[in-house]
Design a protein around this ligand. Structure first.
Ligand code: GLN
Length: 531
């Protein structure tokens, strides 16, 4: 039978949140990609925010940014890290975007006097957007955010039910959880109920993936199969793993692709996961002993707030075949200490990631000063560049009160100031300097060596920049400006001329993938290894 055009796979989570749906989706996408298919992941998010830009990382984890500047859910980071592929804003379909479009159409009179409803108007808008995202994809993999039964994602589920009925080109995957009350005592009843709930919405899962505390017993598998209407060979284990990057391999071994292939008429083919497997082995069993890296941040209690930074370190450590131990330090904790040395001395390198607002700023600056004076490799990301410049201005250039206008509106030395285009902006959402911008690298610098090329493009999300009026003073005192934006000379990368310190105005962590780690991170870990 000839292959039909684009196929669709829909993944829905059940029972509870936090089961790792994004990782399961990305792993399945990887299985398809590794067989030569062009896969486009799409995420449905039921919240009424238009995008993630206005969400607090404490509540929602990191805000991820795409090349086109769309601010998206952190699941997009997982998709890109697994697929080694850059996505566009079309892949993010939120409740906010849908309602905005439908209400704007209503105001324009596009609905010609009809009463405007969730079904069919909102559901049609979902199907339209899915088709738009699907252009030139062989397979679109759609992850429904939230849990089945949530009021928020009901219209997404309904739209997919309709599309399945209309086009018959879909496979549904349900992610569930099987708890064990004691070893061997597995409980499948929550899964059975959850599947009934999905069935009551008109959807029969083709595959059930089970997050579990221990491997499913044959009894549990049989029960899930019988009571959920799914063949036993379509029930898969999603066990606890040492690293998330193992999951594609684990699911492939169990034959998940074969079940999908049968349902969607895909070709019979083995996965090419050789390079992937090698990287995974280097994470699990690295040759060299672990490097200890401190991340000095503000949201360190919520590790999801820095997931791309953490993963970029994992990718680079794997590339160097080194182990990795990350220490999370609150910037504000360093502020109250008489001496930061006992806390920081155990680390081989220090990272200051991005951030907004004043809390913990002075503590982060102390960490940077410590790194510079003690020859500890330093990597700064966005805010981490701005603070590297402030520390240098204060302690090397003698501008004692140097600061960013973000933290001190009246500073006599605003070495970090508002980007000119930000002066007039009153709205919060989508108004930062966002997305990919080019950067020209200077010869004989850490950055140039790390990238091995003279022009690169990285992703941004900031309102402030290095004030050009201070560039000369900083350079005269030895701060190296190794990267600038070609058009308006915005400082993009700074370095210390002695020791190893490099910082980027861009969030270079956002483009780090297991198969192509961020060059500045690799260079930073090389320096940490030397130390
Ligand atoms: N708060 C700083 C700015 O707006 C840094 C932002 C960031 O680290 N993403 O410029």
């Amino acid at each position: 039978m000839p292959e039909k055009k684009t196929k669709f796979i829909v993944i829905a989570g059940s029972i509870m949140s936090g089961l790792g749906k994004g990782i399961v989706s990305s792993s399945i996408a990887k299985l398809l990609q590794s067989r030569g298919y062009k896969v486009v992941p799409v995420k449905f998010d039921g919240y009424l925010n238009v995008d993630c830009g206005t969400m607090n990382p404490f509540r929602h984890g990191e805000v991820f940014v795409l090349d086109d500047g769309t601010e998206v859910d952190m699941d997009f980071g997982t998709y890109e890290r697994f697929l080694n592929q850059s996505l566009t804003g079309l892949c993010s379909i939120t409740g906010g975007k849908l309602f905005k479009t439908v209400l704007e159409k209503e105001r324009r009179g596009d609905y010609l006097g009809r009463d405007v409803q969730i079904v069919p108007h909102l559901t049609d808008e979902i199907k339209r957007r899915v088709a738009e995202a699907a252009t030139d994809a062989d397979i679109v993999l759609i992850e429904i955010g939230g849990t089945i039964g949530d009021l928020e994602n009901g219209y997404f589920v309904e739209a997919m039910r309709q599309q399945n009925f209309e086009k018959d080109n879909m496979a549904f995957i349900q992610l569930t959880y099987v708890p064990s009350l004691s070893p061997g005592e597995q409980k499948t009843k929550p899964t059975q109920h959850a599947t009934r709930l999905l069935q009551s919405l008109g959807i029969q899962p083709d595959i059930i993936v089970v997050r579990e505390q221990e491997k499913l017993t044959s009894e549990s598998r049989r029960k899930i199969s019988t009571y959920c209407n799914v063949p036993e060979e379509a029930v898969f284990d999603d066990p606890l793993l040492q690293t998330v990057y193992q999951l594609p391999i684990v699911l492939d071994r169990q034959g998940l692709y074969d079940v999908l292939a049968k349902k969607l008429d895909l070709k019979k083919k083995d996965a090419d996961l050789k390079t992937w497997q090698k990287k995974v082995s280097q994470i699990i069993k690295p040759k060299e002993k672990p490097l200890k890296i401190a991340i000095v941040g503000k949201y360190t209690a919520v590790k999801d707030a820095y997931v791309s930074v953490k993963e970029a370190l994992v990718h680079s450590a794997a590339a160097l075949n080194c182990g990795l131990e990350i220490g999370w330090i609150e910037g504000s904790d360093l502020e109250s200490m008489d001496n930061v040395t006992p806390t920081l001395a155990e680390y081989d390198g220090i990272v200051v990631p991005g951030g907004f607002g004043t809390r913990g700023i002075e503590g982060k600056i102390r960490a940077i000063e410590y790194a510079r004076k003690n020859n500890v490799p330093y990597l700064g990301l966005c805010l981490g560049l701005q603070l590297m410049v402030i520390e240098y201005a204060r302690n090397v250039c003698g501008l004692k009160e140097a600061n960013s206008k973000e933290f001190d509106k009246k500073t006599p030395h605003p070495v970090i100031d508002f980007l000119p285009e930000q002066q007039q902006i009153a709205k919060m959402g989508g108004t930062l300097r966002l997305g990919a911008y080019d950067c020209i690298l200077k010869e004989d610098t850490i950055a140039r060596r790390a990238y091995g090329e003279s022009k690169v493009s990285e992703r941004h999300r900031h309102r402030y920049e290095v004030n050009s009026e201070y560039v000369k003073t900083l350079e005269e005192k030895g701060l190296v400006i190794s990267g600038t934006h070609p058009k308006n000379n915005i400082v993009e990368i700074t370095e210390w001329s002695k020791g190893f310190g490099v910082a980027s105005q861009a969030h270079v962590e956002l483009k780090s993938r297991l198969e192509s780690p961020a060059p500045l991170f690799v260079e930073f870990l090389k320096a940490a290894r030397k130390k």
